[in-house]
Design a protein around this ligand. Structure first.
Ligand SMILES: Cc1ncc(COP(=O)(O)O)c(C=O)c1O
Length: 353
């Protein structure tokens, strides 16, 4: 089937672009001797996870336990990092069950989380790896200072059921290096293991070698790109593998048209362009702005487009943030040269627990 025959809105992934991005990024990490552990929260799809392993990933990262369970049930045999504070009896039961199937590492940032993990794993007779999450100066999760992170690491080292493996941060642009170096120094002085020093984030993935202390790296969006990556020059238009194919369903004036893709097909993420905010980049009409999206309509300002799209015309939209966009879809259509090669279920869609 040709992609023109797909009903819209449809989430389509271009296989040539996907493979090129996998080659480019995995090749970079191999060249620099840094273990690459892709984050599956972006694609949530077993087929892509298998490809990432085939292209040399040392393991995979999942944001939520539910995503890790989907990988385990889908036959993925690798060790998994879940960089999240997992807590509460229900999740801890699921975590110990998962740890009986695959090696799992978590990234807590508090004594509360660490003690809960230790009680659960020790009572089930399983062991999990631990990376302490250290805050890199972006006011995100993570122990706020290297000194406090080292104190938490000492506790982990002493508790049963937990194997201290090192620490991680997110994001880790080159200027986060001093925090990483200070943490390494404090771990070493305390005699704590730190085989893993893990950085993350697509924007600075190809700068990871500027922090030679990193042993591992996590990135999620690199295989597909998106409107932000295009705008910031990390992916060319051809390298933006993920597109929502959508139909112009209304064009009440020469300034305004509506797509059959709203926030339930594109996600509600917005990015700033020189001309104003937009909820995606329309490939065929780059001067158009998706100013707002109601649930099932994309509201598009076409006043700057010299040629106006016609009702019934199909256009391709690069989502701003591929991760929530994928989470809106049951399936992802894999295509090459305009032909559908496969329809992949978005297996971990909605796995937010
Ligand atoms: C802990 C962690 N690691 C890695 C990533 C992947 O980063 P990116 O989405 O920039 O590829 C994320 C993204 O949110 C993250 O939270």
């Amino acid at each position: 089937m040709r992609i023109e025959e797909l009903d819209t809105p449809a989430l389509v992934i271009n296989l040539d672009a996907l493979e090129e991005n996998l080659k480019r990024y995995h090749g970079y990490f191999e060249k620099h001797g840094i273990g690459f552990r892709p984050h599956i929260k972006t694609h949530k799809t077993l087929a892509v996870a298998h490809m990432q392993l085939k292209y040399g990933a040392i393991g995979l990262t999942c944001q939520k336990l539910g995503e890790a369970e989907v990988l385990a049930a889908g036959g993925i045999q690798t060790d998994l990092l879940v960089p999240y504070n997992v807590m509460g009896a229900r999740k801890l039961d699921r975590l110990t069950a998962l740890a009986k199937r695959l090696p799992v590492t978590l990234a807590p940032d508090s004594e509360f989380t660490v003690r809960g993990l230790s009680e659960a794993t020790a009572s089930e007779g399983v062991s999990i790896g631990i990376l302490i999450e250290v805050e890199m100066g972006f006011e995100r999760t993570g122990v706020p200072t290297p000194r406090e992170a080292t104190e938490l690491a000492k506790l982990v080292h002493d508790l049963p059921g937990l194997e201290l493996r090192g620490f991680m941060g997110f994001p880790t642009p080159p200027d986060s290096r001093p925090i990483i170096q200070e943490t390494i120094d404090l771990f070493d002085r305390a005699g704590l293991p730190r085989d893993v020093v893990s950085g993350g984030g697509t924007p600075h993935a190809l700068d990871a070698h500027e922090i030679p202390e990193l042993t591992e790296y996590r990135a999620g969006e690199y295989p597909v790109g998106g409107a932000m990556h295009l705008a910031e020059g990390r992916h060319t238009l051809e390298q933006c593998a993920l597109r929502v194919i959508t139909t112009v369903v209304s064009r009440p004036t020469r300034e305004r048209m509506f797509l059959d893709a709203g926030s339930k097909a594109l996600s509600a993420s917005i990015y700033k362009t020189e001309r104003g905010d937009s909820m995606g980049h329309i490939v065929e009409y780059p001067d158009a702005l998706i100013g707002i999206a109601s649930e099932e309509h994309g509201h598009v300002d076409i006043s700057r487009c010299a040629v106006k799209p016609e009702i019934g015309e199909r256009v391709q939209v690069l989502p701003v943030h591929p991760c929530p966009c994928v989470n809106e879809h049951d399936v992802m259509v894999a295509a090459r040269n305009g032909m559908v090669e496969a329809t992949w279920p978005v297996h971990a869609r909605g796995r937010i627990r």
